[in-house]
Design a protein around this ligand. Structure first.
Ligand code: ADP
Ligand code: MG
Length: 399
């Protein structure tokens, strides 16, 4: 699916800003959300993560006024949500929840077309839109005439995403959207969604209680404690390397697994590949490589396959003639297989594209390490750590 096929009936991504947003439920002795301030730039995925009951759902629902704000404000594209009508908010903001909430007695196509119909589209336009969206999320058009109960949980969740996208909103609110599906399907849905987001570039507020999901999905993560007080708001990389306090450290699985990142080496993990081209390749060739990949840059290598520069579509369009010359950004964050993952992570933080380039002992390109690799390793280490702690407890009891 290319971006060109993605429907474009407006839907420009808008920034979202919480300004001391507070919610006090009637009769409660303290605020569910107290003075939450948070800025999400247009086109970013911001994850709100925190323990159950810390006010994530409440915070998110203030953005589309499903929950009325007690004090403070939420701005979408620099304008207060208080100034907008509910139908305008429905058009500008897609909403996906864990329980999916599909109407059981309506077909899949009718479910997806819910918001367009509410907005007054005629039935033919709404159906056409529903079929486009089925394709966009990778489901067969035939499924449009089935009923929700005839689909698997994973398929239903995809339909939930399609429905939220139906009116082409600029902003999406996703509340534990993949929480109810099994781990394998969740992983698949996460990956599909990230691929879709790379094309659509929506502004996304994503709620989860799962730190691994937060690290995977977020451009930025807000780790929340009770009453949605922000413990830390930063990129996943920085939070992993530099947790703000014990609360955050505990939440990400303190010490054990992260410290062990310094015991793991680049040679122990599976490298990912990045689109590459050889120095001297024509701009047309490089553009073809770029178009065929889901990345935003091509890595240029010299004749000995040593990394030289990153080249983006922007560089290509600025290059005069068919040759690129030395246009591009220097390839930094280069590591060898014996580098620790901890060092690699440190390199990645400052690198473009949050990527470390792996070379062999003669400095020839081997592949890349990205945040997914680190996350996967942390997860594996944490699992091992939990197993070990349980084992020690058993031994203590036996003594
Ligand atoms: P989370 O999504 O992080 O689990 P919620 O936003 O659902 O947290 O809830 C935050 C707090 O607000 C909790 O103490 C919860 O009991 C309370 N709360 C949530 N919804 C309501 C409501 N409709 N009326 C009263 N209290 C509520
Ligand atoms: Mg919730």
């Amino acid at each position: 699916m290319t971006a060109a096929e993605a429907p474009t009936s407006g839907g420009e991504a808008l920034s979202v800003e919480f300004r001391a947003a507070t919610k006090r439920y009637p009769g409660a002795d303290r605020a569910a959300v107290e003075e939450l301030s948070l800025e999400v730039p247009a086109g970013d995925i911001c994850v709100l993560v925190g323990p159950s009951g810390c006010g994530k759902t409440t915070a998110m629902r203030m953005a589309n006024r499903m929950v009325e704000i007690s004090s403070g404000d939420v701005l979408i594209g620099d304008r207060s949500v208080r100034e907008r009508s509910p139908s305008q908010l429905r058009r500008e903001i897609g909403y996906v929840i864990q329980q999916i909430g599909l109407f059981p007695h309506r077909t899949i196509a009718d479910n997806i077309a819910t918001v367009p119909r509410l907005l007054g589209w005629d039935s033919e336009a709404a159906r056409k839109r529903a079929l486009e969206l089925l394709e966009l999320i990778g489901l067969e058009p035939e499924l449009g005439d089935r009923f929700p109960a005839q689909l698997s949980g994973g398929q239903q969740q995809r339909v939930g995403v399609a429905r939220a996208l139906a009116a082409n909103p600029g902003v999406m609110l996703m509340d534990e959207p993949f929480g109810a599906v099994d781990p394998i399907n969740r992983e698949r849905l996460q990956n599909e969604f990230l691929r879709l987001q790379a094309e659509l570039g929506k502004t996304i507020l994503f709620v989860t209680h799962d730190i691994d999901e937060a690290i995977k999905m977020g451009d930025r993560i807000a780790i929340l404690r009770e009453q949605s007080h922000i413990a830390q708001f930063d990129t996943p990389e920085r939070i992993l390397v530099n947790p703000a306090d014990d609360f955050v450290a505990d939440f990400i699985g303190r010490g054990a697994s992260l410290k062990r990142l310094s015991l793991s080496r680049v040679r122990d993990v599976e490298l990912h590949q990045w689109p590459t081209a050889q120095e001297g390749a024509s701009t047309d060739e490089i553009r073809r490589v770029l178009d065929a990949s889901d990345k935003s840059a091509v890595l240029i290598l010299d004749e000995q396959r040593r990394p030289l520069r990153w080249v983006t579509a922007d560089h290509l369009s600025r290059a005069s003639g068919s040759s690129l010359g030395t246009t591009g950004l220097p390839a930094e964050a280069v590591v060898q297989p014996n580098a620790t993952l901890s060092d690699t992570l440190n390199e990645m933080i400052t690198a473009r594209y949050s990527t470390a380039i792996v070379v062999d002992s003669s400095n020839a390109y081997q592949g890349i390490v990205d945040i997914d690799t680190i996350n996967e390793t942390v997860r594996t280490l944490r699992r091992a750590e939990r197993g070990r702690l349980r084992h020690e407890d058993d031994e203590d009891e036996a003594r």
